[in-house]
Design a protein around this ligand. Sequence first.
Ligand SMILES: Nc1ncnc2c1ncn2[C@@H]1O[C@H](COP(=O)(O)OP(=O)(O)OP(=O)(O)O)[C@@H](O)[C@H]1O
Length: 274
Amino acid sequence: MAEEQHLIFDEEQPERYVYDMDETKHEVALSTKDLQVFYGDKLALQDADLKFERYKITSLIGASGSGKSTFLRSLNRMNDSVATVNGNIMYRGLDINSQDIDVYEMRKHIGMVFQRPNPFAKSISDNITFALKQHGMRDKQQLDEIVETSLRQAALWDEVKDDLGKSALSLSGGQQQRLVIARAIAMNPDILLMDEPSSALDPISSAKIEDTLMQLKEKYTIIIVTHNMQQAARISDYTAFFNSGKLVEYDLTRKIFTRPKVQLTIDYVNGNFG
Ligand SMILES: Nc1ncnc2c1ncn2[C@@H]1O[C@H](COP(=O)(O)OP(=O)(O)OP(=O)(O)O)[C@@H](O)[C@H]1O
């Protein structure tokens, strides 16, 4: 523990450290290159080249305003209407930041869960089947199966299986958030982006979301923004630390929290600012 509390190194410290993922050993699900995000003429994000490993959880941490959400939202083009996003976001050999990408189609592969649960004012099952029906799925048995599998994966099935026709708005905040996760899963995505998915929840609901995420990474690649350092340390395999719109350090989570290489990261994980 002493080392964790007093991170003082003799060696010269870099100003930036980005873990060099060996793509022959680790499958990369998504990567960014030369990403820059401008709100008007304000440069809000730069120097954020990252590779996300498939079936792992990566946490994005950093003080308020450091650019974490800007980065996350760029990954499935949620910033298109409010910002100019330059650079490449590579997914299955395609640059999904290019103009000719069908954003609607891309979002089936890269789903997003927000901080505040946002279920539709519809029944629990309709929340899950709504988008599938929009995409033309009509087979009742198939829809029922997807409702059950998605709710099971989101660890909500046992709590709602007898109330599928009830309004989603009658669920608790934690249950609503798991329903929203189930709704995202129902589209059979590859990658789940999550912007502080448990910060609006009580500790027990938050712990359930964490357990759910640990289960989900068997099937999905998860990228999560969190302000909660314990949460990042508990659930993520990799952690990226942002400061002032730049990626400062990216490494295996255990290294970020026990032996970070950059002084700014040391200060942040020790609670000296933020
Ligand atoms: N829609 C927007 N229009 C203009 N500026 C924005 C917009 N969204 C974010 N910004 C600015 O971009 C910078 C990065 O914000 P961002 O929300 O990405 O940070 P963050 O690290 O996610 O912060 P927090 O932890 O508070 O959510 C901030 O200076 C913020 O004010």
